[in-house]
Design a binder for this molecule. Sequence first.
Ligand SMILES: NC(=O)c1ccc[n+]([C@@H]2O[C@H](COP(=O)([O-])OP(=O)(O)OC[C@H]3O[C@@H](n4cnc5c(N)ncnc54)[C@H](OP(=O)(O)O)[C@@H]3O)[C@@H](O)[C@H]2O)c1
Length: 252
Amino acid sequence: MTQLPPDSGRVALITGASRGIGFGIAQALVARGDRVCITGRNEEALKEAVEKLGPDRAVGVAGKAHDEAHQAIAVERTMEAFGRIDNLVNNAGTNPVYGLLSDIDLGVVRKLYETNVLSALGFAQRTWKAWQKENGGAIVNMASIAGLVPSPFIGAYGMSKAAMINLTVQLAAEMAPGVRVNSIAPAVVKTRFAAALYEGHEEETAAGYPLQRLGVPEDIGGAAAFLLSDQAGWITGQNLVIDGGIFLRAGS
Ligand SMILES: NC(=O)c1ccc[n+]([C@@H]2O[C@H](COP(=O)([O-])OP(=O)(O)OC[C@H]3O[C@@H](n4cnc5c(N)ncnc54)[C@H](OP(=O)(O)O)[C@@H]3O)[C@@H](O)[C@H]2O)c1
């Protein structure tokens, strides 16, 4: 980033943000003057992402989202670097398994919940205690349309994303009035995570969407930035579906 906008004074911690949707959110926040701490497992990829965001405005902390020691270090490092954590984006998520729920290994589901759901709760507890409880702020949790409707072969992932939507309303009720908590449920967004869903047949897949294209990380970045802004000051406990209109096709 060549020209930095004036510092907004706001700080966000974004999990899983070295690429894809998390990076798109980091870009949207930095573009309006926020400072960000981004996480991810691969240290090199994180360094490159920090470089792109601007080392004055971003720091990276490598680790696995579900690891409580990593959660503590990420929160500590954000406070050290920037002195506050107004906003938290629980974006890190994974889908390590395809298959029917009636046949799935429970150990795999347990692990999926650790990464997709418990990590979000752990980070929320920590940013609440470190800053938000006393000073306010906002949280965005990354859900999915798979958390709203059944999706063939990714049932366990869908269950974890439904849990993110409920985590959102629970935290929104608990943390009001100081902290607003919302979730975002995207349909297919073009990232490495979702590549298997469209690569080699993108045009065909996009044709199923009323808006005739798949999502890109910027689509989610802008929405997250809005939910984390004062313009969304009366919005809490909501799940924002961002789906290129695909739900309009339900039933047809
Ligand atoms: N793309 C879609 O179509 C779509 C739709 C609905 C919801 N979502 C949700 O959006 C979120 C981001 O997905 P994406 O599509 O942007 O994926 P992505 O392009 O694969 O990016 C994932 C990011 O998270 C990091 N990450 C992955 N596992 C992690 C872990 N266990 N701990 C910490 N960081 C981790 C990755 O870096 P490292 O690999 O270096 O850790 C990377 O920075 C996920 O929660 C996903 O479920 C995506």
